[in-house]
Ligand binder design. Structure first.
Ligand SMILES: Nc1ncnc2c1ncn2[C@@H]1O[C@H](COP(=O)(O)OP(=O)(O)OP(=O)(O)O)[C@@H](O)[C@H]1O
Length: 268
C-alpha cells in the first residue's frame, strides 16, 4: 500500500504541489490525470522517492520512503519516466537487463533465472524479436516499450509510469495498459488519454494547479462538469452496460482572447 500524506513541494517561492493526500491499495491501478503542468510528473517523482517533499510524507506499507534502504526500495518500486534516457551503445536486452540490478549482488550473481526474467519482460512488450538490436536504432515507441520491459524485469510490487503510452501506436497503447493491469501490481500511471484512464483504472486522481481535485472511480470522476472546469473541454460522457465511461469531445469554441490574438497575427 502506498500512502501520500499532505505532500507539498515547490521550487524557490513557487508551490508546485500542495497538500496532496491519497492512498493506493495493493493491486490497485490508479490513473493520474490533469492538464499540462498540473504536477503529475512532480508527484510521481515524490511517490518514487526521487525527490523529497517539502511537506508531508510518502509511505510504502506504512514505512516512510527515506527509512527504506535504496536497494530494497529499488527491488520494490520501479519508475518509468516520461523521457527515460539510456546510453546509446547498448542492446535492447541490455536495457531490459538493467531491471535486474537491484536483485544482483556479490552472493546473488546473474543467473539463468535473471535471463528468463528479462526474456519474459521483452516478450510481454513484444520486443523479443528486437532483443539483440542496438538501442540507437529503435523508434520512439520501441524505446518506450524497452523501458517498460526494464521495469517489468525489475519485478517490483509498485510500478509508477509517467505517460507510458505517449509514443505508442494504438494497438500497443491498449496492449501495454492491459498488460500492466494483468500483472497484479500496484500501479500509478500519469495518463493523458482520459478514455484509457476510464477503461483501465480502478480509480483516478485528478490534479489541478498542483492540488488533488478529486480521487475516485472513473464514473464518479469523469463528469462533463469536471472536464470543463479542469481541462477546459466540452464533452459528453456515456456509461456503457459494463459501467465503463466513454468520453466524446466536442470541437472547441475559440476563447475570445485567442480569437483576438489570431486576428492580430493575420493583420501583421
Ligand atoms: N525542475 C523544474 N524546474 C522548474 N520548473 C519545474 C521543474 N519541475 C517541474 N516544474 C514545473 O512544475 C509544474 C508541474 O510540472 P510537471 O512536469 O509535474 O507537470 P505535469 O502535470 O507532469 O505536466 P505534463 O502533462 O505537461 O507532463 C510545471 O509548471 C513545471 O514547469
Amino acid at each position: 500500500m502506498l500512502t501520500a500524506e499532505h505532500l507539498g513541494w515547490g521550487l524557490r517561492d513557487r508551490a508546485i504541489l500542495q497538500d496532496i493526500s491519497l492512498t493506493v491499495q495493493a493491486g490497485e491501478f490508479v490513473g493520474l490525470i490533469g492538464p499540462n503542468g498540473s504536477g503529475k510528473s512532480s508527484l510521481l517523482a515524490l511517490l518514487a522517492g526521487l525527490r523529497r517533499p517539502d511537506h508531508g510524507t510518502v509511505r510504502l506499507d506504512g514505512t516512510p520512503l527515506p527509512a527504506i534502504p535504496r536497494r530494497l526500495l529499488a527491488q520494490r518500486l520501479a519508475l518509468v519516466e516520461q523521457q527515460a534516457q539510456t546510453q546509446e551503445r547498448v542492446t535492447v536486452r541490455h536495457v531490459a537487463g538493467l531491471g535486474r540490478t537491484p536483485h544482483l549482488g556479490a552472493f546473488t550473481p546473474w543467473s539463468p533465472q535473471d535471463t528468463a526474467c528479462v526474456d519474459q519482460a521483452l516478450a510481454a512488450v513484444d520486443l523479443l524479436d528486437l532483443a539483440d538490436r542496438d538501442w540507437s536504432g529503435l523508434s520512439g515507441g520501441e524505446r518506450q516499450r524497452a523501458h517498460i520491459a526494464r521495469a517489468l524485469a525489475q519485478q517490483p510490487e509498485l510500478l509508477l509510469l509517467d505517460e507510458p503510452t505517449n509514443h505508442l501506436d494504438i494497438a500497443h497503447q491498449l496492449g501495454l495498459l492491459d498488460l500492466v493491469r494483468q500483472q497484479g501490481l500496484t500501479v500509478v500511471a500519469a495518463l493523458h488519454d482520459l478514455n484509457h484512464a476510464a477503461l483501465f483504472c480502478d480509480r483516478i486522481a485528478v490534479l489541478h494547479h498542483g492540488r488533488l481535485d478529486a480521487f475516485g472511480p472513473p464514473a464518479e470522476i469523469l463528469t462533463p462538469d469536471r472536464l470543463r472546469r479542469v481541462f477546459a473541454v466540452d464533452a459528453v460522457v456515456e456509461t456503457d452496460a459494463d459501467g465503463l465511461c466513454h468520453i466524446r469531445y466536442r470541437v472547441p469554441r475559440r476563447p475570445p482572447m485567442l480569437a483576438a490574438a489570431q486576428k492580430e497575427l493575420a493583420r501583421c
